[in-house]
Design a protein around this ligand. Structure first.
Ligand SMILES: NC(=O)c1ccc[n+]([C@@H]2O[C@H](COP(=O)([O-])OP(=O)(O)OC[C@H]3O[C@@H](n4cnc5c(N)ncnc54)[C@H](OP(=O)(O)O)[C@@H]3O)[C@@H](O)[C@H]2O)c1
Length: 260
């Protein structure tokens, strides 16, 4: 195979270990596969561990270094247990991508406190818990690292019927910036991806019910396809972004410019 031009080698993840939460489905699964193909040892995490296991096995069969772990990010015990298992297996991640997330479509006046709590436990505290556990280990090993939070353009713009979801993602953006300032001196960068509307199981119902109306109003006239997130993910995960810290990177074809 021809040698990559020097600039492209900046995107190589050889020698890195990447933990990807939400790796059982959709964008997280795409990210899991992408980081493996870029040369990282990858660890996929989700509650449906069998789904991640079979994806990891398929990557291993293709010659990549892939692992899986059961993790429920919505509970402190779930995250602690998963990291204890990774410790035992000698797996220390220096790249963490927090894809695990859930949605909630509700008019604001119908929001229930239990729904709010479940959403925050997963989307905000889940990312916080995984980041804390990973950073503790990096600091203990005196190793540099890279955390990527996955928010949504709904954290930048305002839409009806997603008040709790959008608020959880806006909070994640603030968390990113605060962590980025604190952790840079320790050699750890923290950035945030903000996908727009991508075709995944998460958005299937929305596409069916509102797709054509959305496409009429949007800049792009279509949804994103999961592989279209790979370039931005790889940029943030790799040395290509070595002087990038605390940013929120929208990946949505510019739809947020129309408030979408
Ligand atoms: N698709 C979009 O248009 C879009 C747009 C903006 C942002 N996002 C964000 O991108 C992320 C992935 O979305 P997606 O579209 O790929 O959705 P998806 O296909 O529904 O995948 C969600 C993933 O999160 C995991 N997850 C949910 N709750 C979890 C928990 N308590 N513990 C561990 N893992 C959990 C799920 O795994 P298990 O069920 O196996 O645990 C699954 O792997 C989410 O954070 C979402 O908010 C998506």
């Amino acid at each position: 195979m021809a040698e990559l031009p020097a600039a492209l080698s900046l995107f190589s993840l050889q020698g890195h270990t990447a933990l990807v939460t939400g790796a059982s489905s959709g964008l997280g699964l795409q990210g899991f596969q992408c980081l493996a193909r870029a040369g990282a040892r990858v660890i996929g995490a989700a509650r449906r561990v069998e789904a991640v296991q079979s994806q990891a096995q398929s990557l291993v069969a293709q010659g990549f270094d892939a692992h899986s772990v059961a993790m429920d990010v919505s509970s402190a015990a779930g995250v602690a247990q998963a990291f204890a298992e990774l410790d035992q297996r000698g797996l220390v991640a220096d790249i963490v991508v927090n894809f695990a997330g859930i949605g909630l479509n509700n008019k604001w006046r119908n929001n229930q406190e239990a729904q709010w709590l479940q959403l925050l436990q997963t989307n905000l505290l889940g990312a916080e818990r995984v980041s804390q556990a990973a950073v503790q280990r990096l600091l203990a090993h005196k190793r540099p690292g890279n955390i990527i939070q996955v928010a949504s353009t709904l954290g930048l713009t305002v839409q009806p019927s997603v008040s709790a979801y959008a608020s959880s993602k806006a909070a994640l953006m603030h968390l990113t910036k605060s962590m980025a300032m604190e952790l840079w001196p320790r050699g750890i960068r923290v950035n945030c991806l903000a996908p727009g509307l991508f075709r995944t199981p998460f958005t299937a119902q929305f596409e069916q019910e509102h797709g054509s109306h959305y496409f009429d109003l949007s800049v792009t006239r279509r949804m994103g396809e999961a592989p279209e997130l790979e370039g931005a993910l790889l940029f943030l995960a790799s040395a290509a972004s070595s002087y990038v810290n605390g940013i929120v990177l929208p990946v949505d074809g510019g739809n947020h410019l129309r408030g979408m």
